[in-house]
Ligand binder design. Structure first.
Ligand SMILES: O=C(CO)[C@H](O)[C@H](O)COP(=O)(O)O
Length: 209
């Protein structure tokens, strides 16, 4: 199981500082959707240069032109990009095509997808590398969590799963029991006074050390 740090702050300097502080404990750097929108593709290039040892995910949440958007992210140094499961199937296929062309990976985010198991099976057949079980921040604010969807999809589909949505020290143990490939944590690290300490504690729950 890998720990992905979701960085949803708005500035490049804040993002670099967060990675620098938590570097020892995280496996995957996620340039979050607000951050990529705010700072743009240059940030992907500089994150790649500064942290070459880390897997770099760009949370594009693409809704259209999957291949076109994924192409320039992979060319800038991303290892994984995300596409929305609610997008047209041709958009998802385009992202997967771009990932294969670059020798990189595509993650299909299940946020707001009504039948997650059915779509996970479909994108698995299409060659997606990961399915993301995700309760978005607005959904979290309305009381949702990703645990029940994770249980359901992990029971029924054999595709590597990422899970995200308000995961913190109180909720992580139930997630760890289901052994997703990637556990995504944002606010419970980036929103604390001591991100290094928070990342260390979360990584310990995931990896037991
Ligand atoms: O993609 C996102 C929101 O759409 C976030 O990056 C993801 O939910 C992880 O952050 P948090 O742990 O704060 O929920």
């Amino acid at each position: 199981m890998k720990l992905q740090l979701a960085i949803d702050v708005l500035t490049t300097d804040e993002a670099f500082a967060l990675v620098q502080e938590t570097r020892k404990y995280i496996d995957i750097i996620e340039i979050g959707t607000p951050l990529i929108k705010h700072e743009g593709i240059k940030l992907v290039k500089s994150m790649r240069t500064l942290f070459p040892e880390k897997t770099l995910l760009v949370d594009l949440k693409t809704m259209d032109v999957g291949e076109y958007e994924a192409n320039y992210c992979f060319e800038a140094g991303a290892d994984i990009v995300t596409v929305l499961g609610v997008a047209d199937i041709n958009t998802i296929k385009g992202t997967i095509k771009s990932a294969k062309k670059h020798g990189k990976k595509a993650l299909v985010d299940m946020i707001n997808v009504p039948n997650k198991t059915a779509l996970a099976k479909k994108v698995n057949k299409l060659g997606a590398d990961f399915v993301g079980i995700h309760s978005g921040i607005d959904q979290q604010n309305a009381g949702q969590s990703p645990l029940s969807d994770l249980k359901e999809v992990s029971k029924n589909v054999k595709i590597p799963l990422a899970v995200a949505g308000g995961i913190n020290l109180d909720t992580i143990d139930d997630i760890v029991k289901l052994k997703p490939e990637i556990i995504v944590v944002g606010g419970a690290i980036t929103g604390t006074k001591d991100p290094k300490k928070a990342a260390k504690a979360i990584a310990k729950r995931i990896k037991g050390k």
